[in-house]
Design a protein. Structure first.
Length: 277
């Protein structure tokens, strides 16, 4: 027997790379893919449910390098705050339904599952620092798990596979660098751990403060106490992600996967995620 699931995709303005509304036959859940630059137009769409979860993606032709998961009871309007405060994302994928189909406590659990999943799967960075742990009603747990599975199916069907693990190239560690704003930093990436080490001698732009990364800001303050302007790192320093390393060197908010480049000008993302393409 052949099992068939029908996914219908509506292209707003008949443009495949702009807003897409996706539905599965027999399901009330509505999926909306929203490019960042089309947010204003998306908010004007009629008859869109208000409650559900969403993913913010740093995405290039289906290759996801960074993810943030969250919940909304305000529908698409929830993205306004993220557009103002989070620089990394270029696409949002929202999964919305009516209030009677997703209760608030079920929504809290669904969000926790989504965050836990993106923090423990795939080979992309996650912008969620902690996983919430709401109370789980044992009578609702199975239905929430089923809903999460439907969401993962739709993400994969749309080309955003959250289970994807990319294999890096073999051989000796590659030295990556950044020269943004005249700041020269070097480092190397460890595929096994996902960590990135900034090498001794790298410049650090202390004139540009760190945005929304308390641990990196604390490391800067501890190492360069009383120093201003551009400083040099005296010893290698390891970070949990390439972006944390880039933020330490450059300040502000950075995407390490695109900021760190090798001697050929290829980004860290390109070097470590192109082997199976």
């Amino acid at each position: 027997m052949i099992r068939v699931k029908t996914l219908t995709i509506q292209l707003i303005d008949a443009q495949p790379d702009r807003i897409r509304i996706c539905r599965v036959e027999g399901e009330s859940l509505v999926t909306i893919v929203i490019p960042r630059e089309d947010l204003a137009e998306a908010k004007a769409l009629p008859n869109i449910p208000q409650r559900g979860i969403y993913y913010l993606l740093d995405e290039d032709h289906g290759n996801v390098s960074r993810v943030y998961a969250g919940q909304t009871t305000q529908g698409i309007a929830r993205l306004d705050a993220h557009k103002a405060r989070k620089e990394f994302w270029n696409k949002a994928v929202m999964f919305l339904d009516d209030d009677q189909n997703i209760s608030k406590d079920a929504l809290d659990v669904l969000e926790a599952k989504a965050i836990d999943y993106v923090r423990t799967h795939g080979s992309y960075e996650t912008d969620n620092s902690v996983t919430p742990k709401p109370y789980i009603d044992p009578y609702k747990e199975e239905s929430v798990e089923h809903l999460h599975g439907r969401i993962l199916f739709r993400m994969a069907a749309l080309g955003y596979d959250l289970d994807r693990v990319d294999q890096g190239p073999a051989g000796a560690p590659i030295i990556f660098h950044t020269k943004k704003n005249g700041i020269r930093g070097t480092g190397r990436y460890d595929k096994a751990t996902g960590h990135f080490t900034v090498l001794a001698g790298s410049e650090v732009n202390l004139s540009k403060p760190v945005l929304k990364n308390a641990s990196v800001a604390s490391a800067r303050s501890e190492i360069f106490s009383g120093i201003t302007g551009v400083a040099k790192l005296s010893e290698d320093l390891e970070f949990p992600t390439p972006s944390a390393a880039a933020v330490f060197v450059l300040g502000g908010s950075q995407n390490g996967w695109t900021e760190w480049v090798d001697n050929d000008g290829e980004t860290l993302n390109k070097v470590y995620r192109s082997e199976d393409e």
